[in-house]
Design a binder for this molecule. Structure first.
Ligand code: HEC
Length: 143
């Protein structure tokens, strides 16, 4: 019985680790899951983005492109979104934790002239949490 429990836990842990697998996972240590408090904070921070960005597959593009599956993708490659600026289209960025952090910190500094009307998030702790939260909510549904 005890053994069965251990096997179950090991399986669940394995699944949890695999779930967040993105393109840049190779160099990243496995992320611990968000605590409930982090989850709430993440949701609050994301309110600054959600007016312009969808994060589930059944919502279409808003003012900005859908962020579903954005991690691991090159910038300005969301299919069906045709409002990209030339600046973002020609920026050689692949979205991972570091580039996403830089973008959220100040989109206008990272890609001058881009069309995202967002001033930036100064707090490093908030940005790091938002990036972890984004990883979670933008993961494409697996079912
Ligand atoms: C006022 C609307 C608006 C807000 C608020 C906003 N965005 Fe954007 N976002 C855009 C637009 C428009 C673009 C496309 C910019 C371009 O092409 O120059 C964009 C682009 C992006 C991209 C690049 C997508 C791609 O396909 O490469 C990411 C990532 C992103 N936004 C994340 C965020 C996050 C995270 C927040 C919140 C902190 C946020 N955005 C807030 C409108 C917005």
């Amino acid at each position: 019985m005890k053994l069965l429990f251990l096997v179950l836990v090991a399986t669940l842990l394995g699944a949890a680790t695999l779930k967040g697998t993105g393109a840049s996972r190779a160099e990243m240590p496995a992320e611990p899951a968000l605590t409930e408090r982090e989850q709430m904070r993440g949701r609050l921070l994301f309110m600054q983005c959600r007016a312009c960005h969808a994060v589930t597959g059944d919502e279409g593009a808003r003012i900005g492109p859908s962020l579903v599956g954005i991690f691991g993708q090159p910038a300005a490659s969301v299919e069906g979104y045709d409002q990209y600026s030339d600046q973002l289209l020609s920026a050689k960025i692949v979205w991972d934790d570091a580039t996403m952090d830089e973008w959220i910190r100040s989109p206008a500094t990272m890609v001058p002239g881009n069309l995202m009307a967002y001033g930036g998030m100064a707090s490093e702790a908030d940005r790091q949490l938002l990036v972890r939260y984004l990883r979670k909510i933008t993961a494409p549904a697996t079912d």
